[in-house]
Design a protein around this ligand. Structure first.
Ligand SMILES: Nc1ncnc2c1ncn2[C@@H]1O[C@H](COP(=O)(O)OP(=O)(O)O)[C@@H](O)[C@H]1O
Ligand SMILES: [Mg+2]
Length: 326
């Protein structure tokens, strides 16, 4: 597996509090990986370790193939300098970034670009593209102080992309945004992953992760409870799926053919609708529709009911806390 991020037994303590506890986080390249957990779960701490801003107490961290041994190797600062090349391939947006209000959006990007060592020509080419990508075209010469929270977050995302990083780490990019702002940020996150980038995005909001991520790690009390593709995690604790299919020209032949499918446990017919209880939570819509069509039916509508990520998240986190709320 080609990993952009790999931690093993990662542990970070603040005094007696263990914020990250033997965390194994594996992020495959070219995925949008949701890092999901309630407030205080250890998301920000983990991300700061990944970008070299915090030193772990224990464990190993590999980012874009480069290993960082925080405690053994002379600490974060040594790593910080030694791994300059790999850090230049990482874009990072901290939680609730604050930018100088007296700067214009484009000026901010220009200053960051200079810090990255970009030439004037490179900045001239790159900045307008980024401004457009994050939906701030036409507003780039307004003062950041006049930007909405959502626009500030989006200029923050543009800043993470200046050096065209392979890996982008975004810490709760839609924190504190209104619903419209959240949608806009989500669209930008999806967009930046398109060019072969890996995106690790943290959130305490399930629906957000569900809408943008291909993979998800659920973290609670510093430990990963589950980590897999979004589809597998969503289906993990769900019972078997149920299919509702509306069929024109329904007949006993169709009903019996569906009943005989190995993935089907029972079929209930009400008028033109079949309620098909599946044996697994996997998506068997293709097989079922093929069988119905083969038996002479015409599918008018089909829907599948499975439990969503929210069910899984609540079940996992409450089980981890002995069923008690935090
Ligand atoms: N600088 C700090 N000093 C002491 N405790 C901290 C510090 N930063 C975070 N914590 C604690 O560590 C835990 C994890 O925090 P954090 O990584 O910010 O979680 P999340 O980002 O998931 O909300 C929390 O209990 C938090 O209170
Ligand atoms: Mg946080």
């Amino acid at each position: 597996m080609d990993l952009a991020i790999e931690t093993n037994g990662l542990t970070k303590k603040y005094g007696s509090l263990t914020a990250v506890n033997k965390l194994d986080l594996k992020v495959q390249r070219n995925t949008i990986h949701g890092f999901l957990g309630p407030n205080g779960a250890g998301k920000t701490t983990t991300m700061k370790i990944l970008v070299g801003l915090l030193k772990p107490n224990e464990g190993t961290v590999k980012v874009l193939g480069q290993e960082l041994h925080g405690s053994k190797n002379g600490g974060v600062l040594k790593w910080f300098y030694e791994q300059a090349d790999s850090r230049l391939s990482i874009g990072y947006m901290p939680e609730l970034p604050k930018f100088p209000k007296h700067l214009k959006g484009a000026e901010l990007l220009d200053i960051y670009g200079q810090m990255y060592g970009m030439t004037q020509q490179q900045r001239k080419e790159q900045i307008p593209k980024l401004v457009e990508l994050v939906g701030l075209k036409g507003r780039e010469n307004d003062l950041i102080g006049k930007y909405s929270k959502g626009m500030q977050q989006r200029i923050g995302i543009a800043q993470t992309l200046l050096n065209n990083p392979e890996l982008v780490i975004l810490d709760e990019p839609s924190l504190g945004l209104d619903p419209v702002g959240m949608v806009e940020v989500r669209e930008v996150v999806k967009e930046i992953a398109k060019e072969g980038r890996t995106v690790l995005v943290s959130s305490h909001l399930l629906f957000e992760v569900e809408q943008i991520c291909t993979h998800v790690t659920i973290i609670n009390r510093g430990t990963a409870l589950v980590s897999d593709t979004l589809q597998n995690v969503s289906g993990l604790l769900s019972g078997p799926a149920m299919l509702h299919v509306e069929v024109a020209k329904i007949s006993n032949t169709i009903v019996n053919a569906v009943k005989k499918l190995p993935c089907v446990t029972s079929v209930v017919q009400t008028g033109d609708t079949l309620r098909i209880q599946m044996e697994t939570h996997e998506d068997m819509r293709a097989q079922v529709s093929q069988e119905i069509t083969r038996s002479g039916g015409i599918i008018v509508a089909m829907s599948q009911k499975t439990s969503n990520l929210e069910d899984v998240f609540i079940q996992l986190v409450s089980k981890d806390q002995g069923g008690k709320p935090q």
